[in-house]
Design a protein around this ligand. Sequence first.
Ligand code: AGP
Length: 606
Amino acid sequence: MCGIVAYVGSKDAAPILLEGLQRLEYRGYDSAGLAIVNKTLRTRKVKGRVADLAAAVPARFKGGVGIGHTRWATHGVPSDVNAHPHVDGAERVAVVHNGIIENADELRAKLTVDGATFTSETDSEVLAHLIARTVKDTDSLEEAVRTALKRVVGTYGIAVLDAERPGEVVVARNGSPIVLGIGEKEMFAASDVAALVRYTRQVVHLEDGELATIKADGFHTFTMDATETAKEPLTVDWDAGHYDTGGYEHYLLKEISEQPETVARTLRGRVDDRFHIAHLGGLNLTPHETRAFRRVKIIGCGSAYYSGQIGAQLVEELARVPADAEPASEFRYRNPVVEHDTLYVAISQSGETYDTLAAVQELKRKGGRVLGIVNTVGSAIARECDGGIYLHAGPEVSVASTKAFTSTAVAFALLALHFGRVHDLSPADGRRICEGLRRLPAQIEEILAKDDEIAGLARKYADHAGMMFIGRVRGYPVAREGAQKLKEISYVHAEAYPASELKHGPLALIGPDMPTVAIVPDDELLDKNLTTLGEIRARGGRVLMVGHRAADPRLADDCVVVPKNETELDPILLTIPLQLLAYHAAVALERDVDKPRNLAKSVTVE
Ligand code: AGP
């Protein structure tokens, strides 16, 4: 949510900042801005995309130090004035900010009494005024930033520029990531490594409560009470190519198409064909501790939560341990009862989602044991958990999650296999699951080969005002994720229901104008599902069936046949055609596929 980039060096800052902002645009894209120092502070900010900002930056916008921002509005509408950077009245200090300042109204009132004039509706502007007040009285931007932040309640990742100290930028982190990039006689900072990998892969992650000063010749980090901290640079695994569209029209299509490889990466080195178990070294649990858990509770938001529902089903089926999933955004607010014999599992692609992080922190405060299933290595949620499984799915740029969703379900299959084999899953069943897992990448390829067929179906169904998605038991989270993908990127209203619940209410919606996407795997519930299709057809409803065999034309108008795996693993494959369906519907409706309206990739605010 929002992106920050900062540069100090001998090159021109503006092109570097614009390139970095473009890489971060998936995190927020309603307005963007830059500030550089060239004797005086110069800013440019516009409502719109980074391309609009680039067009507004004059050729003479030169200087070797600068900060930039791409915004996802929280306080105040998207507009030129509300865009960051924000500056103080004397135009000495410029600030870019991710997060929320909770006591902004109170600070604004005090600063106004002191003579400050505010130009924007944002909470962030108070930071520029606060820092500017202190920097006049000290000879240190670091000290001014520390002093100002002590008065702030809320979350922030910030970068601060002082016109009188043109060789440095001060950054700080509390609940919103900041990472430093180490170059040759130049330094970078950003809210995400995506903005840095074109220039360097040597990075340093700041912790909450930590600040840093970056200068062309290096950096130093310190805490809010000015104690120096020691940091070891890390090498980022992914290069700039991983953040490109790679010749695809959209990141989303690239990420859907990558899934045979990303699933293989999630599985690599983790499937043991000798003992039919999963190797999950990062769990930090002995078999004895694993057996002692009597429940598994899974938390995550949005698609991460739906993948958790698939995970809960897998854990119950393979390990016969009660498991359920709940939105982290709800869990954290209901003062949850935390049990010592429950294993908590937090899911997050970004590792930054604020609601999920806050839920993990609440669990830790109450002594809960929390595992993370996370894609982003070293992210806040990964660091907060007691252990976990990294997805290794690579950077996911498109706002709609696809490959991370699939890899999370695969990681849950591994976790459930591990739990199962510690409990009562037989070696024969363990072997069956191991073999099924190994078949997944090739079967995903088979589904991707149906791209043209699914694109045709998407065009056929895309012009409906709404669509119903149904599934039973294992198929229900698949239906929920299918509906989520469709509404998120095509803006077509999509509602997901358990097929078993249809006749308890939503059947009233069914008719020729409300087609149903029905998830119908070849499992023990097949007959029940076919009966439901009959009920829909009897009400004039159109049906697009996604299952393992060609549909009886009396029960479905159209059908996507998906390769069959082991019954427990089928939901992983059944989701893939729904990703393609949503993608092609969004393309047919000419939506902004990778940056859907009102959304951002990482929701780092409450
Ligand atoms: C998925 O398509 C959505 N963009 C959204 O629901 C997402 O899954 C959710 O915000 C959680 O994100 P996370 O996995 O990064 O925590």
